[in-house]
Design a protein around this ligand. Sequence first.
Ligand code: SAH
Length: 363
Amino acid sequence: MDKAVQLTGLTRPEMLSFVETLGEPAYRGRQLFAALQNRRLRSFDDITDLPKDFRGQLNEIARAATLKIESRYVSDDGTRRYLMKTHDSLPVETVFIPEERRDTICFSSQSGCPLQCTFCLTAQLGLLRSLTAGEIVEQIQVALNDAYGVGVKPPRGTNLVAMGAGEPLLNLDQLLKALRVMADPQGMHIVPNRVTVSTAGVVPRILDLANTSDRPHLAISLAAPTDELRNELMPINKRWPLDELLSACKVFEKTLKPAERLTFEYVMLDGVNDSDEQARQLANLLNRHTIKSKVNLIPHNAADPLPYQPSSDERVDRFKNILESKGIHTYVRRPRGRDIFAACGQLAARQTTLNTRIQIGAN
Ligand code: SAH
């Protein structure tokens, strides 16, 4: 990098130490933290309540923003996708999903992804690199500023899901740091209770997360009820097979709050993992491990060149009914933003030529 300090990734105490090293009083650190994290300003020059000399000094040695917005796509259903570039020109994608009672921001933990799930488009990029805490925080700021205006307090609650590009549990330290920064009441004040991290099943990190205080919620991507099929669809299963994965989930379950559930995500692939028999196998698997959980069925989002089609609505309903008849709470997730390549598994730095694309200048 660019040796400059990326200030969006600093916690408030770190910001105070940072300004101290510059010989500034602590209140300047609080001012700077609030400007970046609460007012979501992305340039030191906009922090006009700081002395001009200090702003000049900051411009020399630090950065208030590093992600550059390349394009923005708006779906018919109101979902927005941002394609950004890091300082070293790697793609970062974020999706803003407005709902009646809350907004959900789906952010990326890595540029690309090292896992090779056969149904996911992001896999085709490979891992470019893990994102820093600052780059994670910035994604949320960009989405909120675009949706509501710079620094405007969102009218609804904001939920975050680490379900964009990348495997969040392969970047757990930076992810948790970003969550600490965002939880600060003097900043965006988005607490871990509003955050869900989705994993393909990095067992040791699931156990670490279980031991983390103030942790986010956890979702596990299953996609198959047997090792045989899961090995094929999600090669990470060869390293941590279903039995190990569910044993880790059982440990995690012990840390759930009374109303909290572990979520299992199950992408529905036509003729591959959606039969009655597979529904029964899935129910038996979850019941055998007696985990307090719910299942989200996600209709597959097709994308060239992925070799799958989504299951029909009837199939999804029938699958759901079988799970429910065996006592498993099951929900069907409505895909959002498919038309702009913003839906699950479609983030692969695509530049679509649709007229929904709106070019915006650098930040
Ligand atoms: N690596 C993490 C987070 C990113 S994927 C994980 O695997 O959980 C987020 C969710 O999208 C996962 O549940 C994944 O199974 C699902 N998904 C991936 N590709 C998809 C596709 N093409 N259609 C629908 N869901 C998909």
